[in-house]
Ligand binder design. Structure first.
Ligand SMILES: [Zn+2]
Length: 139
């Protein structure tokens, strides 16, 4: 049964379930964005600026933050704040880890990867699980 047929037969219930799924996927990103916007609101009060023009974030590829979901959540959360219409710039930081067996810094695409050079394990994650605010431009 395709979605349209399902929608017709259930009188709109399918569309509600789709919305719930999206909301669950974005939960993590949503709370992150709420934290960022709250911080910007506090700063705006303290430092007397009225608008955030742009914000630059660094997000590690192994941080479990979905960039598209983050953009979506930021737009929704920032709507009624000093950060409305702010440009959100995101730098993705690749994962890197240290292999104690061969002593090399190696690229990691997953948190529990084995060393791509020697097959050693564990590889100690050194970079790529962070999320930080790099720069905020205000008016
Ligand atoms: Zn190794």
């Amino acid at each position: 049964m395709d979605w349209l047929a399902a929608l017709e037969s259930t009188g709109g219930v399918v569309s509600i379930f789709a919305w719930v799924t999206i909301a669950v996927i974005c939960m993590h990103e949503l709370s992150l964005c709420e934290g960022i916007v709250e911080m910007l609101q506090d700063k705006a009060r303290q430092e007397q600026f009225r608008r955030v023009q742009s914000i630059r974030l660094e997000i590690g590829r192994l941080s479990c933050v979905e960039v598209d979901a983050l953009r979506f959540a930021f737009e929704a959360v920032a709507r009624n704040s000093v950060a409305r219409n702010a440009v959100l710039e995101i730098d993705e930081i690749p994962g890197r880890g240290f292999c104690s067996r061969c002593g090399e810094l190696v690229e990691m695409t997953h948190r529990f990867d084995v060393c791509p050079l020697c097959g050693g394990y564990p590889v100690e994650l050194r970079q790529g699980d962070e999320m930080r605010i790099k720069h905020v431009e205000v008016l």
